[in-house]
Write a protein that binds this ligand. Structure first.
Ligand code: NAP
Length: 259
């Protein structure tokens, strides 16, 4: 059994997940980093960045949408570390093409829902069961689950409805897991990023540059992956442990309802 706590982060090869993995390595977690493949440049770089912080690193390939593959992955992580203290359900995708709601295809809907909602939901279920078991095995065990949703959980974008719907569902997933697991010593949190500078937003960079310059984001800047990494680090330290089910907007004020 690992002496240090272990964090499992999905979508860790790039962007927000990568920043979360590095920040949790600084918080003295050992890391299991999940992405579709372990062969990418991103995963290789992350191996170095995490191990430089004296944290152990275990790269894992998993298509999160493949619910039938999840059990083996959890067993492999437990085989390596013997414990999971924190799950950060971060992996997610935008639609391959932004289409008006009236032209949204069933194929795109299923792809986005399977990756953004169904996969993370069943992964959390599998790991929550393990955490309940580990409660009795590890003294002073403080398990936590974090869902990375989006400001799109509550904001409509008619040209990527499937994304908004998936994130609205993920917000409710966070609530029901928080409710179900509150009596099992497992805290559950939702982190809602705003407009963050990653590969996901690269193809709409000009649009968001303009919106930000016009004042759409009250704090008038792009969010960085590190902004999210810092918020997750704070949750991982136990600073918010009497707040299970809470939603943390990390959006430069986009959450403010303006007149
Ligand atoms: P990103 O830069 O595009 O990175 C996406 C990550 O998810 C990559 O590590 C990717 O792995 C992984 N991934 C994609 N499909 C996967 C699958 N089927 N199975 C396993 N892993 C998969 O995205 P990001 O901007 O960092 O977004 C991370 C999360 O934050 C997402 O849930 C996103 O919806 C949310 N978010 C982002 C923003 C934003 O403005 N960027 C705003 C709000 C919320 P590979 O390298 O293997 O492809």
């Amino acid at each position: 059994m690992n002496n240090k706590p272990v964090a499992v982060i999905t979508g860790a090869s790039r962007g927000i997940g990568r920043a979360i993995a590095i920040s949790l390595a600084s918080e003295k977690f050992d890391i299991a980093a999940i992405a579709r493949t372990v062969e990418s440049e991103g995963m290789k770089t992350l191996t170095r960045e995490v191990t430089e912080k004296n944290a152990a690193f275990f790269p894992v390939g998993l298509d999160i949408a493949c619910t039938g593959c999840q059990d083996e992955v959890v067993k492999n992580i437990l085989g390596r570390y013997g414990r999971i203290d924190l799950l950060v359900n971060n992996a997610g995708v935008a639609p391959l093409k932004r289409n008006d709601l009236l032209d949204m295809t069933e194929e795109s809907y299923e792809r986005v829902m399977n990756i953004n909602l169904k996969g993370p939901l069943f992964f959390a279920q599998r790991i929550a069961r393990e955490m309940i078991y580990l409660n009795r095995q590890i003294p002073d065990y403080k398990p936590r689950i974090i869902f990375i949703s989006s400001i799109s959980s509550t904001r409509s974008s008619v040209n990527r409805a499937e994304y908004c719907i998936s994130k609205a569902g993920l917000s409710m997933a966070s609530s029901v897991f928080a409710d179900r697991l509150a009596g099992d010593n497992i805290r559950v949190f939702e982190v809602r990023p705003g407009i963050i500078d990653t590969d996901m937003t690269a193809r709409v960079k000009d649009t968001y540059d303009k919106l930000i310059a016009e004042g759409k984001v009250p704090q008038k800047r792009w969010g960085s992956p590190e902004d999210i990494g810092k918020a997750v680090a704070s949750l991982s330290r136990g600073d918010w442990d009497f707040s299970t089910g809470a939603i943390f907007d990390i959006s430069g004020g986009l959450n403010i309802t303006r007149l």
